[in-house]
Design a protein around this ligand. Structure first.
Ligand SMILES: Cc1cc2nc3c(=O)[nH]c(=O)nc-3n(C[C@H](O)[C@H](O)[C@H](O)COP(=O)(O)O)c2cc1C
Length: 454
């Protein structure tokens, strides 16, 4: 709004055992993959801090050497169902794969959650980075990187079409006439594409937000192109402010080329914070986490991030130069660039990833943390941050109780929610039904209601 100070957006990546590999080992940490009471309390702390959303990552495979937060976890759509009734304002962001689900099922589930939460749901659209997931599904073949994105683009098109199955005023419920729905306001998708054949219509009314908010985290050329077409929030892995500014600029250009308004895409780098009442206290906590980190776990996480097993390379040698990762290019590019710039050995990079999973880490007083966040925000490196607390619940409550008030005092963050939906919090437009948009643009088009929309 004109004259109003621009404010940052804040989400939190809620991994129950913490984001730092050793976070769960701190004496004050609570963990337990299926500790719903912890997840509930953390979510409510985020809501007390007026954060935009809590975000649940997801994967479709498991093995004991994985990051502890990823080896065992709730199925996030189910988890969200429970959280909708325990919260009132905070956005609830869920990860779901376009490679290992069907658009009809997912569109139904997300629409249901958006209704249950009163319009607070976001979908982190992932193509499924890990090939091991394929073995858990009967199709059994993990599609290559480019094809996964092609599938994702068609998948999103289908889900949008399904969410548009019913116009907003199609549910009549008129007891006097006996008319329950207005069939003329129903649209049959009839999608026949390269990867999906879906007839429709969906058996649920349009989500309160029109479409749930689209989130995305790809950083390869194809990933950026996909984000430009679809995403409204983009998660990114950044260590260096200038590189982050360049990434945000590149993404905004791509968004514009796709005919969308760059202001409707929020760039949110990951940020791990360790808050202390003095810098020394925060550094002591960082050191404590370091001594608790199991190097084998850290190396495993680094190898995943870099797209190749690095455990046989000499630890005190340079970080090997690798071909582009087909797993997580964003992480791989940022880590390789950071290692080069800081002249790191493989051991140093391993320990670095063990702490923040490759995301930016700020360790200091609330003011020091707020200063750096403000600098990134003011300089165009970020529209906000995706917080990665090192452990739970204290890693988030420290931020909410001490950093949020500093940001609020500076006018950089909301004092309270001013709307009810996640689109409201993120200042994103409401996507009206295509029939409505068409009718608004050309009144005669209203007569098309009841026909297919592609
Ligand atoms: C902050 C962040 C969170 C992510 N969360 C997930 C996730 O929960 N599940 C998943 O399969 N991939 C996740 N990814 C991976 C991305 O969705 C994407 O598949 C990956 O970065 C590969 O895309 P790219 O090659 O275009 O970079 C995440 C990436 C980032 C940066």
């Amino acid at each position: 709004m004109a004259g109003q100070q621009r404010q940052m957006h804040l989400g939190v990546l809620l991994l129950a055992a913490g984001n730092v590999v050793s976070g769960w080992r701190l004496p004050e940490a609570e963990a337990g993959a299926q500790n719903f009471d912890l997840i509930r309390r953390v979510t409510q702390t985020a809501e007390r801090g007026k954060l935009d959303f809590v975000f649940f990552a997801d994967g479709l495979n498991s093995f004991p050497g994985m990051h502890p937060s990823m080896v065992l976890r709730f199925e996030p759509l189910t988890l969200l169902g429970a959280l909708t009734t325990l919260t009132t304002h905070i956005g609830l962001a869920v990860t779901a794969s376009t490679t290992y689900t069907e658009p009809y099922n997912l569109a139904r589930m997300l629409a249901s959650l958006d209704h249950l939460s009163g319009g607070r749901v976001a979908w982190n659209v992932v193509t499924g980075a890990f090939a091991e997931a394929a073995a858990n599904f009967s199709a059994a073949k993990h599609p290559p990187h480019e094809e996964r994105y092609a599938i994702a683009e068609e998948f999103v098109k289908v889900t949008k079409g399904l969410w548009d199955s019913w116009e907003d005023d199609s549910l009549v419920i008129d007891k006097s006439t006996g008319r329950y729905v207005d069939a003329g306001k129903m649209h049959v998708l009839d999608h026949a594409g390269k990867f999906f054949h879906v007839k429709g219509p969906l058996n649920i009314t349009r989500p309160p937000q029109g479409y749930p908010v689209f989130m995305q985290a790809g950083a390869s050329d194809t990933g950026i192109n996909f984000a430009a077409a679809v995403a409204e929030v983009v998660f990114t892995v950044q260590q260096n402010k200038d590189v982050a500014v360049a990434f945000a600029g590149r993404l905004r250009d791509a968004v514009q080329q796709r005919g969308r308004d760059p202001a409707h895409v929020k760039v949110m780098p990951g940020l791990c914070t360790i808050v202390g009442s003095t810098e020394a206290e925060a550094r002591a906590k960082l050191a404590e986490l370091g001594t608790l980190t199991d190097p084998t776990y850290a190396m495993k996480v680094l190898s995943e991030r870099m797209g190749q097993d690095l455990s046989s390379y000499p630890l005190d040698g340079p970080v090997p130069v690798l071909p582009p990762s087909t797993i997580m290019q964003g992480h791989a590019i940022t880590l390789a660039e950071t290692a080069r710039r800081r002249n790191m050995t493989l051991r140093e990079l391993r320990d670095f990833v063990g702490m923040s999973m490759g995301h930016k880490l700020i360790c200091g007083t609330p003011e020091q943390i707020a200063d750096e966040m403000q600098e990134w925000f003011d300089d165009g490196a970020a529209d906000g941050f995706n917080l990665l607390p090192p452990w739970f619940p204290g890693g988030l409550s420290d931020f909410v109780d001490h950093v949020v008030p500093v940001l609020q005092k500076r006018g950089l963050f909301r004092l309270d929610y001013s709307g009810r939906t996640l689109r409201d919090h993120l200042c994103l437009p409401y996507p009206g039904h295509p029939a409505r948009r068409a009718a608004d643009a050309m009144p005669a088009a209203a007569s098309l209601a009841g026909r297919s929309v592609g």
